[in-house]
Design a protein around this ligand. Structure first.
Ligand code: Z5A
Ligand code: MG
Length: 221
């Protein structure tokens, strides 16, 4: 990587059980082996980060061990990203690729689905480090519901997922139209095999393997 380049910030979003965590791990391995770049330094972040003080509150909520007002849990998810914001920026500046499993887009999608105003949901995430590329894993809620582990946490119900998908679709449309500081939004068919999905993701990610020119953007600024 030339000294004028920084690491790429890549976000994987999608519905529950669309294979985000699976694909983030496969992508990490592939980036580390990328022949044309030499080994790429990569870090993975799985939001919510459940090990921080705020993350522990989120984890208890997701397991229905605590009850929180919808506004409160929304702000905690956002605060959890802000806890990591300077870490993300530092990694990128050092030339490390950052792979995030969920980000601010999940925050908006899950809370707006509950009826909180869209703009209100977006506000606390304005100014976070902006991804260069967001890959949205698209899957029908019906197929997602057949995958292992579905239904163990609070939001994993088909009607919730349908509402969440509608908000994600709105975010995707806006990002594709805007093409501004939020980086690129690319939709991927996640109903294929793991290997096929990994191949489709790689086509979008490969141009970023050698790093990115320019400063790190700020989300929605
Ligand atoms: N949430 C929120 O409300 N606000 C926020 O700001 C944020 C999150 C950041 C927990 O998230 C909850 O938090 C989530 C949104 C909310 N709501 N719910 N429910 P999480 O990311 O921690 O959730 P998770 O437990 O990691 O599950 P997931 O993300 O839904 O799953 P996934 O990562 O997309 O899928 P996976 O674990 O890679 O794969 C699931 C299974 O399918 C597994 O057995 C795989 O082997 C299998 N799989 C994967 N790919 C395939 C293919 N292609 N074919 C067949 N089978 C496959
Ligand atoms: Mg996951």
């Amino acid at each position: 990587m030339s000294s004028s380049k920084r690491g790429a910030f890549i976000v994987i979003e999608g519905l529950d059980r669309s294979g985000k965590s699976t694909q983030v791990s496969l992508l990490r391995d592939r980036l580390q082996d990328a022949e044309n770049a030499g080994p790429t330094k990569v870090v993975m972040l799985h939001f919510p980060i459940r090990t921080t003080a705020i993350g522990k509150m989120i984890d208890a909520y997701l397991h229905s061990e605590s009850e929180l007002d919808d506004h409160t849990i929304h702000l905690l998810f956002s605060a959890n990203r802000w806890e990591l914001a300077s870490t993300i920026t530092a990694h990128l500046a050092q030339g490390t690729t950052v792979l995030a499993d969920r980000y601010a887009f999940s925050g908006i999608a899950f809370s707006a689905r509950k009826g909180l105003p869209y703009e209100w949901c977006r506000a606390p995430d304005v100014g976070l480090p902006a991804p260069d590329l967001t890959l949205f894993l698209n899957i029908s809620p019906e197929v997602a519901a057949t995958r292992a582990g579905y239904g163990l946490e609070r939001y994993e119900k088909e009607e919730v997922q349908k509402g969440v998908k509608q908000v994600f679709d709105k975010i995707g449309r806006e990002m594709q139209e805007d093409g501004g500081s939020e980086g690129k939004w690319v939709e991927i068919d996640a109903g294929k095999t793991k290997e096929e999905v990994a191949e489709d993701l790689w086509k979008a990610v490969e141009p970023l393997v050698n790093g990115v020119q320019g400063s790190i953007g700020r989300l929605w600024e």
